[in-house]
Design a protein around this ligand. Structure first.
Ligand code: ADP
Ligand code: MG
Length: 249
C-alpha cells in the first residue's frame, strides 16, 4: 500500500532519516521500532507531508506522494496521530472529531469562509463523519462531553477519532500506548485489531514491546535514522543487529 524508497531527511548535519526503503502492506499492522531518537517520528512526519524529504520517494496506492502537502496526503487517505495528544480540551469530543473531518476538505473550509450554501451541507457531513469515527473508537456516548473531562485513555481515543474522521485507508499512530497502564494498553490493542478487521491498514511507532510483539504483523527497526532490520516479530526479536542496537545504544 505504501512504499518508501531511499527516503531521507537532514536537519543541518544530522541525518534524522537516512536511505530508508520499506513497505507498509495493506490490511496489516506494521510497527516501527527503535531506540529514542532513531527517526521514527520523523519517518511519520515525512510520510504525512509535515516534512519534505531531502532524498527518496514515497508511493501510496500506486501514486507518487513524495512532495504533497499535509492536507493533500490526508485527502489521499493517510491520517496520523501525534506522539503528544493534540486535542482541544475545552471543545466537546464531537467538535474535536469534526476538526479531524474538516482537515480533509480545505475547499470545504474556504466555502465556509465565503458562507455559501455548501457550508451547511459540509457542517452536516462533518458531523456525520465525526460521529462515525467516535463510534469506531467507542466514544459515541461521550460525544457531548468536553474532551478534557475524559480519562487519559479516553483522550487518546479522541486523538484516534480525529484521525479516523478523515476516513483514511492508512492510519499512522505515534506511540499510542504512551502513558497507558497494562489494562488500557490491552484495550488499545483490541481497538487497533478491530480497526484492521474493518479494513484499515495501520502503522505504529511504539516503545511497549508487549504491544508490538502481540500486535504487529511486521516490524521495521530504525537506528540512527537507518533501517537495520525488518520482518516478523519472531525474526526481528532474534536479529543480532536489533539486540545490539537496544543493548549497545
Ligand atoms: P524518535 O521518534 O525515533 O524518538 P525523532 O524522529 O523524533 O526520533 O528524531 C530523530 C532525530 O532527529 C533526533 O535526533 C531529533 O532531535 C532530530 N529531529 C527531529 N525533528 C527535528 C527538527 N525539526 N529539527 C531538527 N532536528 C530534528
Ligand atoms: Mg518519536
Amino acid at each position: 500500500m505504501l512504499d518508501v524508497q531511499d527516503l531521507g531527511i537532514r536537519f543541518g548535519g544530522l541525518h534524522a532519516v537516512k536511505d530508508v526503503t520499506a513497505s507498509i502492506p495493506a490490511g496489516q499492522i506494521t510497527a516501527i521500532i527503535g531506540p529514542n531518537g532513531a527517526g521514527k517520528s520523523t519517518f511519520f512526519n515525512l510520510i504525512s507531508g509535515f516534512y519534505q524529504p531531502t532524498t527518496g520517494s514515497i508511493r501510496f496506492a500506486g501514486e507518487d506522494i513524495t512532495r504533497l502537502k499535509t492536507h493533500e496526503v490526508v485527502s489521499r487517505g493517510i491520517a496520523r496521530t501525534f506522539q503528544t495528544t493534540t486535542i482541544y480540551r475545552e471543545l466537546s469530543v464531537l467538535e474535536n472529531a469534526m476538526i479531524g473531518h474538516r482537515v480533509r476538505t480545505r475547499a470545504g473550509l474556504l466555502d465556509a469562509l465565503l458562507r455559501t450554501g455548501r457550508e451547511r451541507r459540509d457542517e452536516q457531513g462533518s458531523r456525520d463523519g465525526a460521529m462515525q469515527a467516535l463510534t469506531r473508537v467507542g466514544l459515541a456516548r461521550q460525544a457531548h462531553l468536553p474532551a478534557g473531562a475524559l480519562t487519559q485513555e479516553g483522550q487518546k481515543r479522541v486523538g484516534i477519532a480525529m484521525a479516523l474522521a478523515s476516513d483514511p485507508k492508512l492510519l499512522l499512530l505515534d506511540e499510542p500506548a504512551a502513558g497507558m497502564n497494562p489494562e488500557e494498553t490491552v484495550n488499545l490493542m483490541s481497538l487497533i485489531r478491530e480497526l484492521v478487521a474493518g479494513g484499515l491498514t495501520v502503522a505504529l511507532v511504539e516503545h511497549k514491546m508487549s504491544l508490538v510483539m502481540g500486535l504487529a504483523d511486521q516490524i521495521v527497526v530504525l537506528h540512527h535514522g537507518q533501517k537495520i532490520a525488518g520482518g516478523t516479530p519472531a525474526q526481528v526479536s532474534r536479529d543480532p543487529a536489533v539486540i545490539e542496537a537496544y543493548l549497545g545504544g
